[in-house]
Design a protein around this ligand. Sequence first.
Ligand SMILES: Nc1ncnc2c1ncn2[C@@H]1O[C@H](COP(=O)(O)OP(=O)(O)OP(=O)(O)O)[C@@H](O)[C@H]1O
Ligand SMILES: [Mg+2]
Length: 464
Amino acid sequence: MLVRYTRVTVLLRRTQSLSFLPLQAKLCIWPSLIHNSCILQARHAHTYSDTKDALKTRIRNVKKNISEGAKTDLSAWKIIKWLGTGILFISFDYSFASWYNYHNEKNLIRAFEYGSCPEPEVNQKWLIHRKEIIKKLKRVLKPTPDHSSYHVIVGNYGTGKTTVVRQCARDVRKGVIYVDVPPILDNFVNNLAKAIGFKEYVPITESLMQKILGSGVSDEQPKLSRVLDAFERGALKYKAKNGKPPVLILDNISKLGQKNMNMLEDLQDIAKLYADQSSCIIIFVSSEGTAPRMMMQRSSWSRAEKKPIVIKDLTSKESFNYLHSKLGIEKEVTNQLIQLLGGRIRDLKEYGNMIKGGVTFEEVRKIVFSTINYNFHQARMIKGERNHIIGKVIIQKLVENKKNKKIHFDTFIELVNNEQIANELLQASVFSYNPEDGSVTFQSCATEVFVKENPELKSKEVFT
Ligand SMILES: Nc1ncnc2c1ncn2[C@@H]1O[C@H](COP(=O)(O)OP(=O)(O)OP(=O)(O)O)[C@@H](O)[C@H]1O
Ligand SMILES: [Mg+2]
């Protein structure tokens, strides 16, 4: 710039020395606008107008050069400005992330200390207190320092597992984390994260970099391991402080057994690992026998408490108390309902409320039977369906055992003689596998009544 200015001044002096340059022209020529090269032009100019044109052209060129120079300066300034903003943003981004994650770490510890479990969805007013099962469950929810096995809780659909497990978890609170296991991995990861209060702030810069560099790995896998890492951190801190492992309840694993066996296997392996380290006790809650049966066949079953905790139907007394005292149904209908439904609390609740709403017992009976008929369809056991004959053979074997309507699982397998059909029959809600004694029974009291009252079955013919 200085060089350019000096050259221009020299030029100006020279041009001033030309006698024909008017003052006006001189005034409008700001020295810094003149390029050195216009000297040559001026030297070769013969007329006033030639000189004027030459100067004009040169001035235009000089202006252009200067504006380009200014542009370059401006771009440099812009770059510096952007760099500065970027550095500021990144440092803010990372500081915010570390502040956020620090607070979440506190939430994590709090979740273990005070427990994390939703309320049971039953109003205290209607709740039947299941003393015996609560006593058993609480023993597992309060493990000893060297507790080193995981547990399985089983019970047919609707026996009240979720309710009683949540009730106990809410009572014990300390060190108990409850998670509902949906059949999709992403949702499970989110539920687990929510239960332990795990939130994370990944710096925007980092996630942008990950997107740009694109490692090709699914985003969910790292999230699962991040959540599990957080869980393990929380569990270890809890154990260090309280001298005993925390408990993780995984409810509804039967949904996995049917749709996502790999996930169930992974969870079982994790349960074994934690039990080996005595770092956390996992309790699996299953609504049917297939999932526990699959778990039993794997080597990691070695660390399981071999006797599953069974949650059965309510006793007749409890059922009567529920329908008559709690729901206010008259004695006669209460007895009829109990004969039809046994102590299956889900059904007692649903049909008991129907009766309260004005539906007659006969109508309820029809609805119950049509539901069971649907289950037989699911098992493909209706006349003309694939499993009709074999289903009938099993029913007859069960009915023959007048004492407890049970057959051993091995007998069941022998009779069916086809693994796929055996699974199909057990997964439909007609029969159920009971892991506690390895037996197969009817899935519910209502199923048994349906079978008993079916004339085709009695005459050893097919049922409709
Ligand atoms: N002790 C109880 N007293 C009163 N109502 C109950 C009790 N236990 C369960 N219930 C009611 O019975 C219904 C079924 O209960 P719950 O969901 O706990 O059964 P579940 O065995 O977990 O069912 P699923 O096998 O489908 O998971 C719920 O609507 C619940 O409100
Ligand atoms: Mg449940």
